[in-house]
Ligand binder design. Structure first.
Ligand SMILES: Cc1cc2nc3c(=O)[nH]c(=O)nc-3n(C[C@H](O)[C@H](O)[C@H](O)COP(=O)(O)OP(=O)(O)OC[C@H]3O[C@@H](n4cnc5c(N)ncnc54)[C@H](O)[C@@H]3O)c2cc1C
Length: 401
């Protein structure tokens, strides 16, 4: 049996652990949090398995709106470029991915990984049922203007080449599909309906997966363990340095989300990952909450019902690494969503959360070997890590053989 250490117990680390344990590796997972998916982006994310919405972040539309974002004139997306050379390099690469051809290439690449993820989740659940408030709810992208709806229709045509079926609905058809839109607080032109999209609670999923890994695959977990760097011996990985001392290992998978860059730098590797801060609210749902997942394209938030709870997520603040929770940004999200879905939940009972999406310039995760023997990456999943985790883990396992 080959030993392997997975650094990070978010959705990406946990699914990597599963894909490798199933193939006979002896797996140890290390994380500074007290349990899986508690200390990183996986904890409070939008809970959406957005298989059909694989659109890359850098796009022609982002380039067109850049001045608004840089001047802070968009409530949902803010970009304050930092002055560090690493940040400027990342920014330039991000902008270079905003051309039409790069956007389409990136979007289709992400889509194919998303479709692999969908299959991998179904296969996992067939082998090991996990209760994580999973629903095949489908998703509606609400468009305020017919111009953005038309743009989305064109991107949908591209996606149909990979067999993804998205339907364009006018406002009346969308409201027939999702009656909760009768209470939608603004006029809208229509929606894109993605029947293959699903949702589920990533924390419950990771908790269930941990039990399966421990009970059926003999995996070990080291929580409350801070990773400070990696150690190499010649061209190979030798150990992981942690708050509990050095842990010798011949193979390591780096799945630390936004923490990946700092740890990789200790052995001279620099995966281009930058944190993009977002916020979420979790509150009791009412019977007027939508059944389908919702993305509000103009206001850039997602909303879905997870069991009895309503989860709303949004805002994208790019620039400052490690900035703390800002009450005024959570208030912006609350104000926006409260005006659009006033009846969907009990907003007074909300729990607020902030997290950092580990974003690569082309929005595509880094998966596979590095120049250091025994060191593998599975990081940089940006806005779609929950959606892409299972497929990424399967790709990693194939590359490790
Ligand atoms: C507001 C918001 C909404 C989102 N909504 C969605 C959505 O609806 N659908 C979707 O698919 N994706 C969504 N995402 C993106 C998704 O949450 C991330 O892409 C995904 O969680 C990344 O998973 P990960 O395992 O790579 O990273 P993380 O979940 O961040 O896990 C990394 C782990 O590494 C640990 N770690 C980091 N550094 C160290 C260290 N030095 N020592 C020890 N441990 C360390 C952390 O404790 C953490 O547990 C959203 C993100 C945000 C912020």
């Amino acid at each position: 049996m080959t030993d392997i250490m997975i650094l990070g117990a978010g959705v990406v680390g946990m699914t990597s652990a599963y894909a490798l344990a199933r193939r006979g590796y002896r797996v140890t997972v290390v994380d500074e949090g007290p349990a899986p998916a508690t200390a990183g982006a996986s904890f409070g994310n939008g809970a959406q398995l957005s298989y059909a919405y694989s659109d890359a972040m850098a796009s022609p539309s982002l380039l067109r709106n850049l001045p608004r974002y840089l001047l802070g004139r968009d409530e949902a997306f803010r970009w304050k470029p930092s002055l560090s050379p690493a940040s400027w390099l990342w920014n330039l690469r991000f902008l270079a991915n905003g051309t039409r051809s790069a956007f389409e290439r990136n979007t289709l690449e992400i889509l194919s990984l998303a479709l692999e993820s969908r299959q991998a989740l179904a296969a996992l659940l067939a082998r090991h049922p996990i209760d994580f408030d999973h629903r095949k709810a489908g998703k509606l992208h609400i468009h305020a203007s017919s111009e953005t709806l038309e743009q989305a229709r064109r991107i949908g045509e591209l996606k149909s080449a990979l067999g993804v079926d998205q339907q364009v609905l006018n406002a009346k058809e969308a409201t027939e599909r999702e009656p909760a839109l009768a209470h939608y607080g603004a006029p809208f032109a229509g929606a894109i309906w993605s029947p293959i999209d699903e949702l589920g609670d990533p924390v419950m999923f990771c908790r269930g997966l941990r039990s399966i890994l421990e009970d059926q695959y003999g995996a070990r977990f080291l929580f409350r363990t801070r990773i400070t760097g990696l150690r190499r011996s010649g061209r190979s990985i030798a150990a992981v340095s942690t708050s509990q001392g050095d842990l010798a290992t011949p193979r390591v998978v780096l799945a630390l989300g936004t923490g990946s860059l700092r740890v990789a730098q200790s052995v001279g590797i620099a995966p281009p990952i930058w944190p993009m801060q977002g916020y979420s609210l979790t509150l009791p749902a009412t019977p007027d909450a939508p059944t389908a997942s919702i993305t509000d394209v103009k206001r850039k938030f997602v909303l879905c019902r997870i069991g009895e709870r309503l989860r709303v997520a949004g805002l994208a603040d790019l620039g400052g690494a490690d900035t703390p929770f800002k009450p005024e940004r959570a208030a912006t999200l609350l104000r926006t969503v409260g005006a659009i879905f006033p009846k969907a939940g009990d907003y007074d009972e909300r729990q607020e959360w902030t997290g950092f999406r580990p974003l690569a310039p082309n929005s595509r995760p880094r998966i596979g070997p590095t120049p250091i023997e025994g060191l593998y990456l599975n990081c940089g999943h940006g806005s779609l890590g929950w959606t892409l985790a299972l497929g990424s883990a399967e790709r990693l396992a194939v590359l490790l053989r």
